[in-house]
Design a protein around this ligand. Sequence first.
Ligand code: RI2
Ligand code: CYT
Length: 516
Amino acid sequence: MRLTVRLVDIAARGILLHLNDAKSLGVLTGDRVVISSPSSGKVTADYVETTTTLIEQGRIGVYHHTNELLELTEGGVVDVSVAGRPVSLDYIKKKMEGEKLNREDIRTIVTDIVQDRLSPSEITAFVVSSYINQLDMDEIESLTRAMVETGDQIEFHSGPIVDKHSIGGVPGNKISLIVVPIIAASGLLIPKTSSRAITGAGGTADLMEVLAPVEFSASEVQEMTIKTGGVIVWGGATNIAPADDKIIIQEYPFKIDQIGQMIASVMAKKFAVGADVVAIDIPVGKYCKVHSIEEGRKLARQFIELGERLNMRVECALTYGDAPVGRAIGPKLEIKEALSVLEGSDSPRSLIQKSCVIAGIALELAGKANRGEGANVALEILQSGKALQKFQEIIKVQGGKPDIASAQITAGEHFYTVRADSNGYVIDLNNHSLITIARTAGAPADHGAGLYLHAKHGTSLSRGDPIFTIYADRKWRLEKAIEIARRLRPVIVEGMLIDRVPNVREWLPGRSRNHD
Ligand SMILES: O=P(O)(O)OC[C@H]1O[C@H](OP(=O)(O)O)[C@H](O)[C@@H]1O
Ligand SMILES: Nc1ccnc(=O)[nH]1
């Protein structure tokens, strides 16, 4: 069918057809079509949307991202025919039905994801079917290899190449900003790629973006790493494991991170940058991705086994995840806190200790420290000021302003402090709720949004003492976040009274205990 092009300025993939044209072609909403034009050749364009009002018969509306491939001009004429459905949909269905996927099935799915042949809802179906039916180690290995092979890879000619990664899930986990400079300052190479927030309110890429650009190609990552010893960039922009970010985007709204996909997501990024040794941080806690030490050990063994299959030496640390790392949650607040530690502050201790433990494991694996001494070596590098100097070099090589000091970083201009309404101790912190509040306040997209925790487990508070402050770049977002905070009560302060159950029934005066 020949149709006249109307360019539709919507930042999405897809095309819009009049319902009658769609019927004549034999396509329904969600089907795919092939568009051919003399200038662009044949392109399988995405999902059809139909309308009876928004476009006239005889025309085809082409959305912006689809036209990036087609490069059509307004008023041009194209030939439109029905396209077959991607075969990967059959493999996703196979997983939905609980069957095991083989290497070819997974490679086909990943290739279709990378080449934008699957719609967001189809990718979500893959995520959810793997979430419910789980991926075994063979499937995880296939997924990792397919993610690596469908993107760019880096090869360094000297080693060992070091890397670290956290599975995430604990708020405030800004340790990469301290670990990477420590490792690089020790003379090792660490080409660190991170994702943006998945279940949290600020992934490492979101944080680093406050100080410097994070979007680079794989070859730029390589060049910068050779020059400074390390980088902290967003994996999603590098074309390193490009399927990863397309999957993560579908996980974000549900705040899920399917275990098999998560292992592949992390390890594909490590493998693609040529890592020889890898330290993995597995936060364990009531509200984390991993809830018990046993579960954590099982996951650690999976990471180690996959590392062996891929020829990388992996060691994992199970870390305390029942409270945020440090006190700051959200991009600017977290950067401020990490910078202050690099500048020599001796608090927050949880942040310093955790950063040194993870950096220490990597230093030991790479032969820069004896077994059991890595954390001390890391602390010495941190306290010597060499890590700060290295961090400034990293900011500079990525194109940011290196001489920024923590005191110059200010969080969102709108803020509100939640205070204790009775005397007592902090007996519980709900990480999920803290993240929900920070996200509602605008994090991670609004860099100034987030929250600062004044009190953690065991802190003794008097009525009126601050518990946490919510920050936002926009007033309406702050209002929403306050509303959510009132409902979720993420920090529980209790004295001896745990709860009081009110009797709300109307009590009539004169009513007596007389059972007449
Ligand atoms: O949003 P949630 O699920 O907490 O985790 C995502 C964060 O965890 C990892 O941290 P890193 O790159 O090792 O610093 C990811 O790359 C990302 O930054
Ligand atoms: N799924 C993931 C969890 C943590 N980090 C990642 O890069 N990916």
